[in-house]
Every structure is written in C-alpha cells, then in structure tokens.
Write a protein that binds this ligand. Structure first.
Ligand SMILES: [Zn+2]
Length: 291
C-alpha cells in the first residue's frame, strides 16, 4: 500500500494518522542516511506532514530542529497536498545504541530550538518556536503545539530501520483535543494511549493509517474523513538552480567557467544538476548584463 494520511474525528478529538515508509526510504537513499539520521529525518518529515494536514490548500509548513547534536540541523517542508521534502545536516552521523537497544535519536539531535514556519502565501510567514525537550521529535512537536499554538495534542512518530539501513515501517499520528472535549473523553483517551503499542510496530504488522486510528481509538466511535496520498517531492528544478548561479558574483562565476563545468546539488533532495562550460558562459553573460 502506498503512503497515505487519513483524517478522522471522534467526539471532542481530531485524529490524523499516516504511513510514510516509502517516502522515508526515498529520503534515506537520496541522502545516504545512517540509521539514526534516517529515524530523525523520517520522524521529522512525518511530523511535518501531520502538522501540514491542518493547513489550507496552497499553504506550506517548515519544521526545523536546530539542535547541537552530531546530526546538525534537520529540516522538513510539507504541504497539505501530501508532499514533503527534507534533509539532515550530517546524514552519516551515528551514535551507539541506547541501553534499551533503540537508536539514540534524542542524543543525536541534541538540545536547541525547534522552529515551525507556516507559509500562507499572503504576507510574512508565521513563525513559532520552542526549546527542544528530548530531541526524540514527537515529544518536541507535542510541546511545540502546546506552548506555541495552545493546542493540547499527542504526537506519536516512529521509524523502524532494518539491518540493511532501509525503513521497514514508518509513520505517525497526531491527536488533538477540540474545545468540546470533556473530562470523561480526556481520561478515556489517556487510558487508551497508555495501552497502545509503538507506532512503528503497529505499521510493521501491516497496518494502514485507518488501522492505526482504530487501534488508537479502540472503544471510541470514529468517523473517517479524507485520505491523502503522500510522497517525497522537491520543488527544485533547473530554472531555480540557474537562478542560484545567476546570483553568484562575477568572480565566482568566472572560476566555474574556468573549471569547465559545474555540479550543483539541491540540499533538500540531493538531486544533482550539471552545467557545461557553454551554459556557464551564457549564465555569466546574462548576470553581467544586469549588474
Ligand atoms: Zn531538490
């Protein structure tokens, strides 16, 4: 089954669940991620897709973990249409496993700032931030939603990485309390969440996003709303890369021309763009013409 996000509601609760195994694997191969980098980036991209599901069409969100750990900054852009792209500063960084045998994502992310930027297409983007709490990504997003957006939420994220460095299961959920959630609903939900298995083991057992909702919300009456296909997609293209080259100084451009060719790599998706000497000369002339 392809990667999908479903939205559902129950009385007083909004529920989003996503399976992202394929797109996390695409990110792993594009960036050649270590297992810990794969888990951190996969969780961040899945979290960004869950946050983006609350946006209007044509809006977009950037989730950026600016931690002091060995992975460096981790950034993911997502849209409510189901597209996501992301990268990690040091994709080869790795730490020893924790005592419980799990990947040390929190240690690899470190302490610092989590910043979330919402692009509405109108006016300045809206920025919110909070301190990174554990660096395990899901707890940090839960804390961000509470402190910056005053929304009581529970975010769960998981990426199960196999010995072949591929994601065997990846996905997540976001539960948000709506104003009409009463005490009875809240305590029933808290009890239900305590019982629930880790999200990656639910997905590893073959669950789709609707099955995740059913498992999380066992005992609740749930109505399913929309379902959106998810994929890794970057906005880069040759024209955008040419714009970057056009913004270089004459001297920098001159040295690329002297090299005889240039390779420009998109930070977000790892796509490589090659430019031959005659194209570089053409771009240098264009840039010089408007200087
Ligand atoms: Zn790209």
């Amino acid at each position: 089954m392809s990667d999908t996000l479903v939205k559902a509601i129950s009385r007083g609760i909004r529920i989003y669940a996503a399976v992202t195994t394929d797109l996390v694997n695409e990110a792993i191969s594009r960036h050649d991620c270590s297992p810990t980098a794969a888990a951190a980036l996969g969780r961040t991209m899945t979290g960004a897709l869950l946050l983006a599901a609350n946006l209007k069409n044509q809006e977009a969100i950037t989730v950026s973990f600016q931690g002091n750990g060995p992975l460096g900054y981790i950034t993911a852009d997502a849209t409510p249409e189901g597209y996501v792209r992301g990268y990690v500063g040091n994709p080869h960084a790795e730490l020893p496993l924790k005592e419980n045998g799990k990947l040390d994502v929190g240690g690899a992310v470190g302490k610092g700032l989590l910043q979330v930027t919402r692009f509405t297409g109108i006016g300045e983007p809206m920025r919110g931030s909070c301190e990174i709490v554990t660096g395990e990504i899901a707890e940090d997003l839960t804390s961000y939603l509470f402190t910056s957006e005053q929304t009581a939420s529970s975010v769960g994220l998981g990426v199960l990485v196999g010995t072949d460095r591929r994601a065997m299961a990846a996905g997540g959920f976001m539960l948000q309390l709506m104003p009409d959630a009463d005490e009875e609903i809240i305590s029933k939900l808290e009890a239900s969440l305590k019982e629930v298995r880790s999200i990656s083991s639910i997905i590893a057992d073959g669950a789709g996003p609707k099955d995740i909702v059913s498992e999380l919300m066992a005992g609740f009456k749930v109505d399913f709303l929309t379902s959106t296909e998810l994929s890794f997609r970057c906005k880069c293209n040759r024209e955008r890369i040419e714009d970057v080259l056009l913004s270089l100084s004459h001297d920098d451009m001159q040295s690329l021309v002297e090299d005889g060719k240039a390779e420009v790599c998109c930070q977000f998706c790892g796509e490589k763009y090659h430019f031959e000497k005659d194209e570089l000369v053409h771009l240098m002339k264009l840039a010089d013409g408007v200087r």
